[in-house]
Design a protein around this ligand. Structure first.
Ligand code: HEC
Length: 136
């Protein structure tokens, strides 16, 4: 609990310092995603693993993470900031332990089969963004 609280505070400080210049305003695919698919992706333990670290409004999911802010906190961010956090969290917080879900540059020790591949597709990122902005 204390750790969660500390992370939250650090995160808010990081946000207020970097607010504004850390967003990707336009959808990666040129179109808005589907919030229903996004919710399923966030809750899926094989795809994004978001609930390893985050909690959120998923009463059906028994074990949820407490290493990161509740996903409802995304309501404090703009849509473009949410997109940026998922594409490459290191932009807003260089020490972030959250994986960059849409980045292929600057990674170390990538297995050959995964070279040049992003963790999620642009469509999946947009579905997740579309879902997270509904939590406002
Ligand atoms: C390994 C742990 C980890 C995983 C897995 C992870 N995150 Fe995060 N996430 C964090 C941490 C920690 C933060 C707090 C800011 C930071 O440290 O970058 C964060 C911040 C965020 C934020 C910024 C807004 C907020 O709630 O504070 C969003 C949005 C977010 N994560 C979404 C996701 C989504 C969607 C997934 C799955 C696709 C995911 N995260 C997977 C650790 C994780």
């Amino acid at each position: 609990m204390l750790r969660f609280f500390t992370l939250n505070i650090l995160f808010f400080i990081a946000c207020s310092v970097s607010a504004g210049d850390d967003a990707i305003p336009a959808p990666l695919t040129g179109a808005r995603g589907d919030p229903g698919r996004g919710r399923a992706l966030v809750a899926n333990r094989q795809v994004g693993l978001c609930l390893l670290c985050h909690s959120g409004p998923f009463p059906e999911e028994r074990f949820q993470g407490n290493l990161a802010p509740d996903l409802r906190n995304a309501a404090l961010l703009t849509e473009g900031q949410v997109r940026q956090r998922i594409v490459d969290p290191g932009k807003a917080n260089p020490g972030s332990m959250m994986p960059a879900y849409f980045r292929t540059e600057g990674l170390t020790r990538v297995a050959p089969a995964f070279k040049g591949k992003t963790v999620l597709t642009a469509e999946q990122i947009e579905d997740i963004v579309a879902y997270l902005v509904t939590l406002k």
